[in-house]
Design a protein around this ligand. Structure first.
Ligand SMILES: Nc1ncnc2c1ncn2[C@@H]1O[C@H](COP(=O)(O)OP(=O)(O)OP(=O)(O)O)[C@@H](O)[C@H]1O
Length: 344
């Protein structure tokens, strides 16, 4: 295991900001830590980087306890949200910073800079001033600079935070490819779930200094463990339910649940894709309250009588108009019985 946190704890004014966190990152793995503001993501990175001492527990790299090892001796690279490039230096001067600090010879540095600029798609930009570059180009320079000393672990803090959406979506694909080719081990934190799910082999969702869930993007997306994770991922159709056999009683009526679901009182997630429109006379009767275009589908907000709203995902062509009366039935494959953890 390249990185291991055991029982890692940090307190500020007595309050745990990292609360007995256990986390492992294998070599070549890309792990993205997600969570709301203040959940402890940056503190986690700072602890691994050696910029924040632990109040309890330990951090090991390659099996070696890092207690007392200063940041610059840990062999980890850090890239922050705001790039922190040196504005007075050109691109090459920025990228060569790490290798120079490590005592690399001038010719070696020049070769490394060229290689890295090629890698991040900035071939020929060595002499440009960083202040003249676009946000996306600066991002690439920051990445090249972080990769230059060949860190065994690369840590990214909100790596694409300030870029616009389309650039972010493109860069995230490029980054994943690049890390795959280089075999880079990555620990990234972001509050943007789209970014995390696109980049990661594994996502870790944090809540109040603890790990709420860890798993592959598919696992976490398909089976959020509790209401907090489900809501954090943007699912709003969460209700209290009582499961008996393969059905749950809810404010929306009886809802089918997957075979083998835990029985009794729980929170239930109904994915928007599991809310099926049927004739107004069949199923749960709802009024279409709002309709939002989402590119691949239309999100419908449905208002049943005397119960909370439901979100449904509907094919573009079939979407009813606001004010229409529709009936709703539920698809058990899109329903998840959540753990009984308290809601956010
Ligand atoms: N040096 C410090 N002194 C006191 N409190 C701190 C310090 N650094 C962080 N905190 C507090 O610790 C908590 C976690 O902060 P952290 O920056 O790790 O969260 P985060 O998940 O990265 O948040 P964001 O997404 O907003 O960056 C916050 O409540 C923050 O105010």
């Amino acid at each position: 295991m390249l990185l291991r946190l055991e029982d890692a704890t940090v307190r500020f004014d007595g309050r745990p900001v990292l609360d007995r966190v256990d986390l492992e990152v294998a070599e070549h793995e890309i792990v993205c830590v997600l969570g709301p503001s203040g959940s402890g993501k940056s503190t986690l990175l700072r602890v691994v980087a050696g910029l924040q001492p632990l109040d309890g527990g330990r951090v090991s790299l390659d099996g070696l306890d890092q207690r007392g090892v200063p940041a610059h001796k840990r062999g980890v690279g850090l890239m922050f949200q705001d790039h922190q490039l040196f504005p007075q230096r050109d691109v090459a001067g920025n990228v060569a910073f790490g290798p120079r600090m490590h005592g690399a010879a001038k010719s070696e540095r020049a070769a490394r800079v060229e290689e890295l600029l090629e890698l991040v798609g900035l071939h020929g930009a060595a002499r440009r001033r960083v202040g003249e570059l676009s946000g996306g180009e600066q991002q690439r320079v920051a990445l090249a600079r972080a990769l230059a000393p060949r860190p065994r672990l690369l840590m990214l803090d909100e790596p694409l935070g300030q870029l616009d959406r389309s650039l972010r979506e493109r860069l995230v694909v490029e980054l994943r490819e690049l890390f795959g080719e280089l075999g880079t081990t990555v620990l990234a934190v972001t509050h943007d779930q789209g970014e995390a799910f696109a980049l990661a082999d594994r996502v870790v969702v944090m809540r109040d200094g603890r790990i709420a869930q860890s798993g592959t993007p598919l696992e976490v997306w398909c089976r959020p463990v509790d209401e907090f994770v489900a809501r954090f991922l943007g699912f709003d159709n969460v209700v209290e339910a009582t499961v008996t056999g393969q059905a749950a009683d809810t404010v929306w009526g009886k809802v089918p649940v997957p075979e083998g679901s835990p029985q009794g009182a729980c929170a239930l997630l109904v994915r928007p894709a599991g809310v099926r429109l049927v004739g107004a006379a069949d199923g749960l009767r709802c009024t279409v309250a709002a309709r939002t275009f989402r590119g691949t589908h239309v999100a419908l907000h449905l208002q049943p009588e005397g119960a909370p709203r439901l979100e449904a995902a509907c094919a573009l062509r079939d979407a009813p108009e606001p004010g229409d009366e529709v009936g709703v039935s539920f698809d058990g494959d899109e329903i998840v019985v959540l753990g009984a953890g308290p809601a956010a």
